[in-house]
Ligand binder design. Sequence first.
Ligand code: HEC
Length: 201
Amino acid sequence: MSDETKSCPTPSNAEPTATRSTVPMWVFSLTLVLLFLGFVYFDHHGGWFDERVYGPYASADQLDSYQPKSGAAAAIARGRKIYESNCGTCHGADGLGKPNQAPPLAGSEWVKAKGVQRLTHIPLMGIAGSITVESQTWNLQMAAMGAALPDADLAAVLTYIRSSWGNGMGEVTADDVKAARAAIGANPHPMSGDEMMKMPE
Ligand code: HEC
């Protein structure tokens, strides 16, 4: 019995109490304020999952392709449109040409020439009679399909065909077109491929 009495807790041997302090109230308040600000930000900038905001574009690259272009990219994008309405019907949107209608521009040595003199003359004067393109001979005729286009537009078309379909060649400038127009002067007859080979590349 005396043993039981001894094991009774004495004040110095009291139940342990938690020593850590509680989470301070300001942490809760700060969390709520931050959440609130987060929602306000989302409300203003998030677009609220509207599919007109999120829906139309499959990727950032696609969205990028709709942005206004500058410099060479702009000329090429513009050239493509002009090409499609002035040249593509015969030479094809893919530049591969069409049997008995027009030779290919993709891979063509006339398009990929180092210089652009012959190339600028072709749409300004037309071509008639035999012309060899990628070792195939064509014997058709093309009117001066580019003569009515302003210099900058024809330059954009030629820049487009030189840089597309793996052709990998550089720009044709409005000045190149202007110079070709001046050289042709008042004598814009369609040349044959052989005649054209006589002028500098
Ligand atoms: C009505 C059809 C037609 C249209 C439109 C047309 N072409 Fe042609 N193009 C031809 C034909 C046909 C030839 C080959 C002529 C020949 O056999 O002598 C040719 C040849 C060419 C050649 C040289 C050969 C080659 O394949 O590289 C170039 C360059 C060319 N065209 C560029 C253009 C450009 C640029 C335009 C637009 C401004 C254009 N053509 C519009 C029919 C067309």
